[in-house]
Design a binder for this molecule. Structure first.
Ligand code: ATP
Length: 214
């Protein structure tokens, strides 16, 4: 489904990824681990088409996408939730979700909205609240819910459980495992072993290089 071959990435003169090759198969849950600065965010951003300068091959459903802009990759089914969430903080929870639901995707906007609310019932009581008045964990949920509105087939998540309250970590873990059961393919960067026990594979980045799999 996703194949990466000999990917190198740079920020200006500083190289952040070195010869990274990996594959993610349809329906897999793959966890990407590594210490701060190992290159997890850089790899996810390179795959979605934002951030660093990239060289190498990225293939999605048999098509070479490394020259595609980010919006084209998103239309092709790649969804990304950044560590910093990137919400419209002045808008309500409902409006954040509805704006995303109106984008193209499978089914009608109303169907997509209903499905996401069923996955994240915690958002229901706060629909009218500005996103700026949510906790970090609630915002993380909203960011994931918003990305799901576009019906991605592969979800790239950057530290979805970082710095959020334990009760929301459990809810986030449940939601991600539910998505995995529904067949959504997941590539999740995490440092704190929230999902690693349920992963089909765990990839480890050290100083921009993937540790070879046993
Ligand atoms: P963290 O969990 O702390 O975000 P990470 O594994 O996601 O760590 P990256 O953020 O991908 O690591 O960082 C990889 C390397 O690239 C680091 O040396 C970092 O300093 C550098 N880097 C990341 N973003 C930029 C940027 N916008 N400009 C310059 N260098 C960057």
């Amino acid at each position: 489904m996703l194949a990466v071959a000999h990917l190198n990435a740079w920020y200006g003169p500083a190289q952040a990824l070195f010869d990274v090759s990996l594959q993610v198969g349809e329906g897999e849950l793959v966890v990407l681990q590594g210490l701060n600065g190992a290159g997890k965010s850089t790899l996810l951003q390179a795959l979605i088409g934002i951030g660093p300068q990239v060289q190498g091959d990225i293939t999605w459903d048999g098509q070479a996408i490394q020259a595609w802009p980010a919006h084209r990759r998103a239309q092709a089914g790649l969804g990304f939730v950044a560590e910093d969430r990137r919400l419209f903080t002045g808008l309500s929870v409902h409006d954040n979700l509805w704006i995303a639901a109106l984008a193209e995707g499978q089914g009608t906007p109303a169907e997509r909205y209903a499905r996401v609310m069923q996955l994240f019932p915690q958002l229901q009581p706060m629909l009218q609240r500005p996103a700026s008045q949510m906790s970090g964990g609630e915002q993380q949920m909203l960011a994931l819910a918003r990305t799901l509105m576009t019906g991605p087939r592969l979800l790239l998540l950057d530290e979805p459980c970082e710095g959020i309250a334990p009760v929301l970590v459990a809810a986030m873990r449940d939601a991600l495992l539910q998505l995995a059961r529904e067949g959504v393919t997941l590539l999740v960067a995490e440092q704190n072993n929230i999902l690693a026990d349920r992963a089909d594979r765990v990839l480890v980045l050290v100083s921009g290089r993937l540790v070879p799999q046993a």
